[in-house]
Design a protein around this ligand. Structure first.
Ligand SMILES: O=C(O)[C@H](O)[C@@H](O)[C@H](O)[C@H](O)COP(=O)(O)O
Length: 258
């Protein structure tokens, strides 16, 4: 199977969020048409919050059978369950609280006041077990992911895989992160090999702060220096950008701009 990389450039962050929301709804309903269920891996960050709000408001959201969608997280800030810093809280408030999900299919990463207490390594291992329990028997220790959504940091991080950090070298599916350069310092994250089992990986970035990271990731940077350069969907990798974030995208991708 050949994996395609597509770059789509939108005029501004609002159009980007609304277009990505519509794209996600269609992708999930197509997955349901084939398999009956769908699965998406959520991310944190500002553009993700915008996308979730856009999806919650879009009429096309009613085309998806949300009770048969699995929600996983690509990374989480390792803070208390009720902290406003939680990626889970953001996703629930912006999207999940507004659609008829099956709570049993919503799989947040553990919080620092959860069963493992303040131990991110144990929390990462617990999430790896939850993922493995949802894997098809006889396959790898991960469930099928239709789409992994990823924000992109100004330093080129994705999920909580930061440049030169131990998680950028990790081969197990889930890693604890200590000393994250983006607060809060403790996190848990899917690793690059886990993300790369997805059918599609969507990197979503807006604003001039992302220009360099996006430009480097699309011009052959290494995955340890620029983790965004190291993620690929098995079938497709989408870069969903606004104009500012796309300003240094290499010429070979320019024909794909719209
Ligand atoms: O927990 C987090 O902070 C994220 O999951 C992180 O990877 C985020 O997606 C990027 O840092 C982009 O965030 P912004 O869109 O806010 O720049």
């Amino acid at each position: 199977m050949t994996s395609e990389t597509s770059v789509v450039v939108h005029s501004d962050p609002d159009v980007l969020a609304h277009a990505a929301a519509a794209r996600l709804a269609i992708r999930l309903l197509d997955a349901q048409a084939v398999r009956g269920t769908a699965s998406v891996v959520l991310t944190g960050g500002t553009i993700a919050a915008k996308l979730y709000r856009a999806l919650a408001e879009a009429p096309v959201r009613d085309a998806v059978d949300w009770s048969h969608v699995h929600f996983w997280w690509g990374d989480e800030r390792f803070v208390a369950a009720d902290s406003p810093d939680r990626n889970e809280k953001q996703a629930r408030e912006a999207l999940l609280d507004h659609i008829p999900v099956d709570p049993a299919l919503v799989h947040p990463m553990p919080a620092s006041d959860g069963p493992d207490g303040d131990d991110p390594e144990a929390a990462a291992a617990r999430y790896a077990e939850e993922l493995a329990a949802a894997a098809k028997p006889g396959t790898a220790r991960l469930p099928h992911f239709d789409v992994v959504l990823l924000g992109v940091g100004e330093d080129g991080h994705v999920a909580s895989v930061f440049p030169e950090h131990p998680a950028a070298y990790e081969t197990r599916p889930v890693s604890a992160v200590r000393g994250s350069p983006k607060p809060p310092p403790m996190r848990t994250t899917l690793t690059l090999p886990a993300i790369n089992t997805a059918e599609e990986v969507w990197l979503i970035a807006a604003g001039s702060g992302k220009t360099d990271a996006v430009g480097l990731a699309l011009s052959g940077a290494g995955p340890v220096q620029i983790p965004a350069a190291g993620v690929h969907g098995l079938e497709r990798t989408f870069w969903l950008l606004d104009r500012a974030a796309a300003a240094k995208v290499a010429p070979k991708f320019r024909s794909l701009r719209r």
